[in-house]
Write a protein that binds this ligand. Structure first.
Ligand code: HAM
Length: 435
């Protein structure tokens, strides 16, 4: 049906046939993260713009081009005075909001490290295309307060475990690099700046501007002209200080031990300003320029301090749930059968609906997970709902059964069927379930 309204550019609706993929992916995050000791956190959808300027970075694409502002849109009402000084924006990522919450809610006083995970929508005003949306979903996790290389490995392992759970890991690889720290970064920057300045005319126009603002970002350029120059650029890894070198080699050694496939990529710099040392992205093996990365993350040892906390190391990652679901569908990943109920009551005719409602309540009181439609659906729809729930028992009550106060119980596992009185129903099902 035509409607004058369409969903805004770069957004989508998740319809019932796709919803199980989303539920499955979110559940995989929950189970994998919690099994490694991460706990759930939720942060606001909008925050003060200065939070992102200070952390994600004033030279990053996200902050310079991609943020959505939040303002009071009602006509004829003034913005309240205390709100006027604050420009709010929709979160373009989770990490700064989680770091703010860590400080604001006193998590520095908790036993360290604090391991947090979340998922939900983030917003970036970019040009919509395949795999790129303006509202999209991320699965995000952070380890705050642990400087050890093992924390980096924990984050990469969690990433890999999620992809394993979603049956996607076979075509994926982790690109990894080290960006150094405050000690070695200035030298890296100098060497890189020298090289790029000598090759300025060979760069794509977009990247000439980047040389001035943040030369590291040129290394991650997708522009074909720039890619040729970048191939000959000095390798950041050659300029790491001893501590950063040691940290990085311990990360790689442990990944080897865990059989997580990685590709050392000296051009990987990531588009956010807070990274130090380890940075990584997960991509399809054939997506060499990382146009459509499935996720990325890294260490951010200066972030908490940038927000006014005492020096505190951190490392984390975020996965793009939309791209993940799309890949699962393209590759025909089968979702495991989920048994959401044990029994389903099918009522035929209005009278039967009324009579069966108390039956459902009695079954539930015995902890037998029981479903029914409660709305006027035909027999076919009721049976297909029973199928969707994956129930073992289908309990059918028609006009005749109402008269006799009986129900037909079909045991789908055993392929058997029997008629029982209403009063004997719970006992029968309990008995069969315990067998
Ligand atoms: P990010 O690389 O900006 O990292 O985003 C992570 C993932 O989100 C990307 O790899 C991609 O899968 C997905 N993504 C990004 N933009 C879009 C888009 N426009 N449409 C669809 N999917 C998209 C971060 O956000 C960091 N906060 C990760 C992190 C956590 N680092 C440390 N902790």
């Amino acid at each position: 049906m035509a409607t004058p309204f369409q969903s805004p550019r770069g957004t989508y609706d998740i319809l019932p046939p796709d919803a199980p993929y989303w539920i499955f992916a979110r559940q995989a995050l929950k189970e994998e993260a919690e099994s490694l000791g991460f706990q759930r956190i939720e942060v606001p959808v909008f925050e003060d713009i200065r939070l992102y300027e200070r952390t994600t970075g004033e030279t990053s694409e996200i902050v310079t081009k991609e943020m959505f502002g939040v303002t009071r849109a009602s006509k004829d009402v003034e913005v309240e005075k205390e709100d006027r000084a604050v420009q709010l924006v929709l979160r373009p990522e989770f990490t700064p909001g989680i770091a703010r919450a860590y400080l604001e809610r006193g998590m520095q006083a908790f036993p360290q490290p604090v391991k947090l995970y979340t998922d939900g929508s983030v917003f970036r005003y970019s040009r919509p295309q395949k795999g790129r949306f303006r509202q999209f979903e991320q699965m995000n996790y952070e380890v705050i307060g642990d400087a050890s290389p093992l924390a980096d490995v924990a984050v990469i392992t969690l990433t890999w475990n999620i992809f394993k759970r979603l049956s996607l890991f076979k075509e994926l690889v982790v690109d990894i690099n080290s960006l150094g720290d405050l000690k070695c970064r200035p030298k890296m920057r100098r060497v890189l700046l020298d090289f790029l300045s000598q090759n300025l005319t060979k760069l794509a126009p977009l990247d000439v501007e980047r040389v001035r603002r943040n030369p590291f970002r040129v290394l991650d350029s997708k522009e074909p002209k720039t890619l040729v120059v970048v191939k000959k650029a000095p390798q950041l890894l050659d300029y790491l200080c001893d501590d950063c070198k040691k940290h990085f080699s311990q990360v790689l050694e442990t990944l080897d031990e865990l059989n997580i496939p990685y590709n050392l990529d000296p051009t990987l710099v990531r588009g956010l300003d807070y990274y130090t040392r380890t940075a990584f992205e997960v991509r399809r093996v054939d997506d060499e320029t990382r146009q459509n990365a499935f996720g990325g993350g890294g260490r951010y040892d200066g972030l908490i301090e940038l927000l006014g906390g005492r020096p505190t190391p951190g490392v984390g990652a975020a996965l793009g749930t939309d791209r993940i679901i799309e890949a699962m569908k393209e590759q025909g990943v089968k979702l495991p059968d989920s048994k959401l109920a044990d029994a389903f009551v099918v009522a035929i005719g209005e009278h039967a609906f009324k009579v069966t409602l108390p039956l459902v309540e009695r079954l539930k009181a015995k902890d037998i997970r029981t479903g029914m439609t409660m709305t006027k659906n035909g027999l076919k729809e009721q049976l297909s709902m029973a199928d969707r729930l994956g129930v073992r028992f289908v309990i059918i009550v028609g006009e005749r059964e109402v008269r006799d106060k009986t129900a037909i119980v079909k045991d789908m596992d055993e392929g058997s069927q029997e008629t029982v009185s209403f009063t004997g129903l719970e006992n029968l099902i309990e008995k069969q379930l315990s067998r």
